[in-house]
Design a protein around this ligand. Sequence first.
Ligand code: ZN
Length: 329
Amino acid sequence: MKEEDIRKRDVFDRYLKLVEKDVKDFFDFNFFKHIGCPACHSNDLSGEFIKLGFNYMSCNYCSTLFVNPRPPFEILNKFYSSSPSTDFWVKEFFMPVAEARRENIFKPRAEYVFKLFGDISGHIIGDIGAGFGMFLEELKRLLPENEYVAIEPSLEMAEICRKKDLKTICSPLEDVTGSDGVFDCLTAFELMEHIYDPKMFLEKVYSLLKPGGYLIFTTLNGKGFDILLLWERSKSVSPPHHLNFFNPKSIGLLLEEIGFMNIEATTPGKLDWDIVEGMILKEGMDLGRFWKVVAKELDSLGKKTLQEWIVQNNLSSHMRVVAQKPTIK
Ligand SMILES: [Zn+2]
């Protein structure tokens, strides 16, 4: 167990070094663009911190934390499609743990969507940023009578989706054409934090959905427990990948503006306390006396109760959002 931890940390350190090099090779800060708040568009902003050269600000109205100025869409696209660190992430990081992730992440996701819709058939369901297509594979197992579409910009991963007999669109969502009003449901897991222009992205989702269709996505909550406690030291605050940290209130504002209804933003996270405890006990981070006592002296039931309290109060850093396109506009 300990050895495995060390090996994983070693792989992660190598990855971070590659990211640092890629930032120098791919990103010219002179071409970065200034934006208002990606959720409410306010220009009343506060500077928070700089990490790897990327400037993070927060909105004084809705508390969204975001990179500003930010790299243009084309540069981000190039980074994600051809950077050595992305290649390393896929081959050295994801692939060895892919089957473990199937059990722990993709199956529960598919079960959640299955419960939400019940026993439906004849629907068209698309997954944006489908990766290796594991979520769609698992959902297809539960609901075989639907049509499944993987939307995936990486050539390599799109090819893997195709081999799994999934209809595949190899493109960033923003460039998808000819599919307006087609989808009954679109999903996007852990993608929104990466998006250059979240409003444009969600408007595109809206146009691709049928009236009454659903959008389901997960993203980071910038007002979540471990992110608020660790702030710039949080490993989730990882430029150039993570640009947007919405929260339940701010993501609701943006979705409402676009026209979505029945918006539900909950935070069913499981790892907030584990992440903070790891930073205190394994990495020696000083977060004050109180949290040190909790980490060292609270028993496992107490820690479990703490995590449950975080979730019940919508304070986890892992946020899940469900929204519906109105039936009649
Ligand atoms: Zn805002």
